[in-house]
Design a protein around this ligand. Structure first.
Ligand code: GAL
Length: 833
């Protein structure tokens, strides 16, 4: 061949060498001709910062994920029609590339309806004002916009060569989101809409498969997938499609006024193993890292600012043990079965009541899953001539159909303790500043006001440009109104403050179950002129349900004065001429940046007074640990650090006393209200300030306080990993130690204790506790039992200090025998630095 011919051949082959072919069949996604078992996890890029992404992705990879899933948030990228924004936390391309750099795949769920506890389900507000539009059903205005945005994102990904078909990481895309849950409300138009959405998506020619979740009638070639706490019973709508789980809820979201949800890892692991036992090959954790709802991005109403979700990586980016570690072990165990899983369908058989075996066997490969779905009783089963102990609500995984490498109810993973360390704000305040403030005027104070007869719905009026809408009225009373007047207000929500003649008379907030308000406030009116100023506010717009965009908010009435002249006289104010102001004066002045003038700085602060803007300067807490502000002492509002919103704060919204458990029984079906914590306490006191928002010195913190609070009580906290621990028994391990599978001896060596620092730049710096013998207690509170080798501490120190991870054999070979004939274990607590 001549040189130019070689070049031609190369030119023809090169793109193909770097392209990945993604297809599917009834068993699995097929990547470059090979069926794959894939573990995926959701990380939503705007819920953290670009500075956090690489670490979150690396921790996901270390946890055994193959795929990162994210939604695409339309209202973030196109806040104004035709004006796109992909900067900073919105840099979708950068995020997808960061995943690619870590060697992981991407599932891009474009939606563009995403739900996601995200404001208005991800729809931009301007969409609502397009004449004739109806969301998520068959009508031209909606379809045109949905297609335009979907195509915009697909084009952007194509330009950057991010689809697997172009050599990029995206192997899968989603259109719509859980439409099947609500499509019955839309009749036949719903059906034609979903058919249209499927065609529209496929016509965009991404070269990778599309999915629709919770959509039993998803038209070919779209794969219908399952969302839920369990998806083992799910089957796709065609035998040509694989069984996929797009949302395995790793916990649940938090609401202001709600308790903190917690999903035990034993149950989560059980759900995962059951899914793979019953033929699944793709599973995604929703969420793997939940993160933070910055700005006013939360959906709602009443979704909290923290979107921690009890996920394997916590809001601050720190791995949550033992959830992260146990799931990592589960992933390893499942991957040991991959060859068998992709080779054939499972043969499911009963081993007795509530007992089930699934065997994947063909040729020389064989993997089995043994499940005990009894919610109470442990059982011993006979399988292939051997007997196996199965704790209640657990699955054992046997990658060779014989040896159990993992049981979902037995946690072998290391544990860790991380804690918040508090610093008083006064120690961080720059001496020159302390607190300064500006009072937000009560009632109408801006020039651009609106006067209308009757009460206006809020979202149609504000277009969500602000949480706040003033409803103001002047009232001339000829006679003495008496002292028993009550102001009756009905509102669609979400919260309101009523001011009479400039003074706060009362307020009320709804909650996530009931956002409508119906309030009677005793008020004092005077004869002559009175001012009624009602501040109505939204706390995140609805994101779920049929016609969620039409639910509405604000004081739609009636508004009635009752008990006038100390009698039964009433006066309906609903159809009077009201004056409206959208948003606050301080919002217009840009006070959130802290830079504008007019800040008062006398030494007496307004305390516990409504509607105050506060500002201070502070130095960043030292070190590199994640930072939070503890807003205890404040009421409700929004906070900005160096002009960037860290979200709404509301530490006074306390969860009800009922519905929590101290000890959560993981056995039995999980629901979002099972295993809640923190009853009777504020739903959220700590609010994440990403390190990248901070400079070492001279940072500005601005608060807008609505209800009243004392900013001097605010404190800063840094979250740090206090200890990593492990406790391993030397008795015959019930399962092959998964860690030892990595060693040359093939995994059949004796048990070993493995310690490792979660951060790549850390090493084990000290051993706080080590005992071989009969140690007792839990991580942070280990203590020696009756029997303890006196060599343990020095042996563990020697093996571990200075390394990121270490492994110590748990046997008398390592430590000698401190007490013959007694089953022994090794417990270690270490610190990383
Ligand atoms: C699902 C939805 C997600 C999220 C989740 C709850 O129904 O698809 O977007 O809202 O519920 O966290």
């Amino acid at each position: 061949m001549r040189a130019f011919e070689i070049v031609l051949v190369l030119l023809w082959f090169l793109p193909k060498m770097f392209c990945t072919n993604v297809d599917y069949d009834h068993r699995a996604l097929v990547i470059d001709g090979k069926r794959r078992v894939l573990i995926s996890g959701s990380i939503h890029y705007p819920r953290s910062t670009p500075q956090m992404w690489p670490d979150l992705i690396q921790k996901s990879k270390d946890g055994g994920l193959d795929v990162i899933e994210t939604y695409v948030f339309w209202n973030l990228h196109e806040p104004v029609k035709g004006q796109y924004d992909f900067d900073g936390r919105k840099d979708l391309v950068k995020f997808v590339k960061a995943v690619a750099e870590a060697g992981l795949y991407v599932h891009l769920r474009i939606g563009p309806y995403v739900c996601a506890e995200w404001n208005y389900g991800g729809f931009p507000l301007w969409l609502h004002f397009i004449p004739g539009i109806k969301f998520r059903t068959d009508n031209e205005p909606f379809k045109a916009e949905m297609k335009r945005f979907t195509a915009k994102i697909v084009d952007l990904m194509k330009q950057e060569k991010l689809y697997a078909s172009q050599g990029g990481p995206i192997i899968l895309s989603q259109i719509e989101n859980e439409y099947g849950n609500i499509d019955s409300h839309y009749g036949s138009a719903g059906k034609s809409y979903i058919n249209w959405a499927a065609k529209m998506a496929t016509s965009l020619d991404t070269g990778v498969p599309w999915v629709m979740c919770q959509q039993g009638d998803a038209p070919d070639p779209i794969i219908n997938t399952c969302n839920g706490f369990y998806c083992d019973q799910f089957t796709p709508n065609s035998n040509t499609k694989p069984k996929m789980w797009t949302e395995n809820w790793s916990g649940w979201f938090l609401s202001f006024g709600g308790a903190v949800p917690h999903r035990p890892v034993e149950d989560l692991a059980f759900a995962v193993a059951r899914f793979f036992q019953r033929g699944g090959t793709f599973q995604n954790y929703y969420m793997y890292h939940g993160g933070t709802n910055f700005d006013r991005s939360t959906g709602g109403p009443f979704i909290a600012t923290s979107y921690d979700y009890d996920a394997p990586i916590d809001e601050y980016g720190i791995i949550r043990q033992q959830k992260w570690g146990h799931l990592k072990d589960v992933h390893k165990a499942i991957k040991l079965c991959e060859e068998a899983l992709i080779a054939t369908d499972p043969k499911i058989s009963s081993l007795g009541q509530n007992l089930e075996a699934a065997v994947y066997k063909t040729g020389s490969v064989c993997a089995a899953f043994l499940a005990n779905v009894d919610t109470k009783n442990d059982k011993t089963v006979n399988f292939s001539g051997n007997s196996y102990h199965l704790p209640a609500w657990s699955v054992s995984i046997l990658p060779d159909c014989k040896n159990v490498v993992l049981n979902t109810a037995k946690i072998n993973s290391a544990s860790a303790i991380s804690n918040f360390v508090t610093e008083d704000i006064s120690s961080l305040e720059t001496s020159s500043s302390k607190w300064s403030w500006i009072n937000e005027p009560v009632g109408i104070s801006k020039d651009d006001i609106l006067s209308k007869t009757g009460l206006l719905e809020q979202i149609n009026t504000t277009a969500d440009r602000s949480d706040y809408l003033w409803y103001s009225l002047s009232l001339d009373l000829a006679d003495d109104p008496g002292s028993q007047t009550v102001l009756h207000i009905e509102s669609l929500g979400h919260a309101l403050h009523a001011f009479i003649n400039g003074k706060l008379a009362g307020n009320q907030a709804g909650n996530s179950d009931k956002s409508k308000l119906n309030v009677d406030i005793p008020i004092a009116l005077v004869s002559g002129k009175n001012k009624i100023d009602l501040l109505s506010l939204t706390v995140g717009l609805q994101n779920y349900g049929a016609f969620f965009d039409t639910v509405g908010a604000g004081i739609t009435g009636p508004v009635i004065l009752k008990g006038l002249k100390n009698g039964n006289n009433t006066l309906d104010l609903s159809s009077r001429k009201w004056t409206y102001q959208i948003g606050l004066k301080g919002e217009d002045l840009g006070l959130s940046s802290g830079s504008s003038g007019g800040w008062n700085s006398q030494s007496t602060y307004p305390k516990n007074q409504p509607l105050v803007w506060y500002k201070t300067n502070f130095d960043a807490p030292s070190g590199s640990n994640p930072v939070a502000i503890d807003f205890t002492g404040m009421g409700k509002g929004e906070a900005w650090v160096n002009g960037q919103s860290i979200g709404r704060y509301w530490p006074t919204y306390v969860a009800s006393n009922a519905g929590c458990t101290d000890s959560c029984n993981y056995r039995g079906p999980y629901t979002s209200s099972k295993c809640r914590k923190n009853c009777g306490k504020p739903s959220q006191t700590l609010y994440h300030v990403p390190r990248s928002f901070l400079k070492p010195n001279g940072n500005t913190l601005v608060l807008f306080e609505e209800n009243g609070g004392d900013p001097t009580q605010i404190s800063f906290a840094t979250k740090q990993l206090e200890s990593v621990c492990s406790h391993v028994s030397d008795s015959h391990p019930p399962q092959i130690d998964l860690w030892n599978q990595d060693t040359e001896s093939g995994g059949k060596v004796g048990p070993a204790l493995l310690l490792s620092c979660p951060n790549h730049n850390q090493v084990i710096s000290s051993i706080k506790f080590a005992s071989y013998g009969t140690p007792l207690g839990t991580c942070g509170n280990f203590y020696r039992g009756r029997c303890s080798s006196n060599k343990a501490l020095s042996i563990v120190k020697k093996a571990c200090i200075g390394s990121r991870s270490c492994s110590v054999g748990v046997s008398t070979d390592t430590f000698g025998d401190p007490c013959r004939g007694v089953p022994k274990s090794l417990a270690v607590e270490a610190t990383c630095a």
